[in-house]
Design a protein. Structure first.
Length: 282
């Protein structure tokens, strides 16, 4: 496995792989890798001749300086894990390599990127599109792998790929959960053991809401989730939205769309950690 930190080095390694006729799978990450990332890398290794993994905490997608500063960074451990998973190439650039100049490009895909995360984290998806478009242009992957925990991110990346006509297939991968049900996230490393137990209620309530939904309206199901979670000490729901899985617009009845997903963001703990998750109703 090669670890490169420059775009030149990245392109040189990719050229060697392409000369061997290998298709390229890309797994974009911000590091602090866990079993969720491992599942993306395993799938890429199974489906491509070679797998490249980017490890870069992208400053332009953080709208909160404190969040960026505290984001876990564990490059040494990440590389060890990636080696065991069979990744071929790791791209771990410094911010100056990626953004020698401020990126002034603006990406906007309303209404997909204006709701939920888009509404609560201004500029977040613009930053995601800035980094992912650069990675796609530099790596030119055949396939790119993203976890469904970031449900809205996948929709926004797809919109960007369509917009820029990039020749890459976006491969969504299922959420990986701890035994408790807590969705794996690099941010879980910021939770105390007790907070992790509390955070497991997020999925428990979402799961219960699938049963609840069978006999109740969308609005009642929304309130059930929000009220149940806010009643638990240490949890505070930022938003819960039950949406059409393609347009990401809120639905008001269970027959309003063929695919319906509930997307949630919850703050957990005394130094609040922002956790996201989602559940499918249809
Ligand atoms: O999902 C993430 O970890 C990030 O948003 C991504 C796609 C690696 C871009 O920085």
């Amino acid at each position: 496995m090669q670890v490169v930190t420059t775009i030149e080095g990245l392109k040189a390694e990719l050229r060697k792989l392409r000369v061997e006729g290998k298709s390229i799978g890309l797994v974009p990450t911000m590091g602090a890798l866990h079993a969720g990332h491992a599942s993306l890398v395993r799938r890429s290794v199974a489906e491509n001749g070679a797998t490249a993994v980017s490890v870069f905490v992208n400053p332009t997608q953080f709208n909160d300086k404190n969040d960026l500063q505290h984001y876990p960074r564990t490059l040494g451990a990440d590389c060890k894990l990636l080696e065991t998973l069979g990744a071929d190439l790791v791209f771990a650039p410094a911010p100056e390599e990626v953004y020698p100049e401020p990126d002034t490009r603006r990406f906007s895909y309303p209404p997909i990127d204006t709701v939920m995360e888009g509404a609560h984290r201004p500029g977040h998806f613009n930053g995601v599109c800035q980094i992912v478009s650069k990675l796609f242009l530099w790596v030119e992957p055949d396939n790119a792998y993203f976890g469904e925990k970031d449900f809205q991110q996948i929709a926004v990346v797809r919109a960007m790929v369509n917009d820029l006509r990039l020749p890459v297939t976006i491969c969504p991968c299922p959420i990986v959960r701890e035994e408790s049900g807590l969705a794996l996230s690099s941010r879980n490393a910021l939770l105390t053991p007790a907070e992790k137990v509390t955070a497991a209620n997020i999925f428990r309530v979402l799961k219960d809401s699938q049963t609840f939904a069978a006999g109740h309206t969308v609005a009642e199901t929304h309130d059930y989730v929000v009220n149940s979670l806010n009643a638990i000490s240490g949890l505070e729901v930022e938003y819960y939205q039950i949406v059409d899985d393609t347009t990401l617009q809120p639905v008001d009845s269970w027959t309003a769309a063929s695919g319906i997903v509930g997307c949630i963001t919850v703050y957990c703990g005394s130094q609040p950690v922002r956790l996201i998750d989602n559940i499918r109703y249809r």
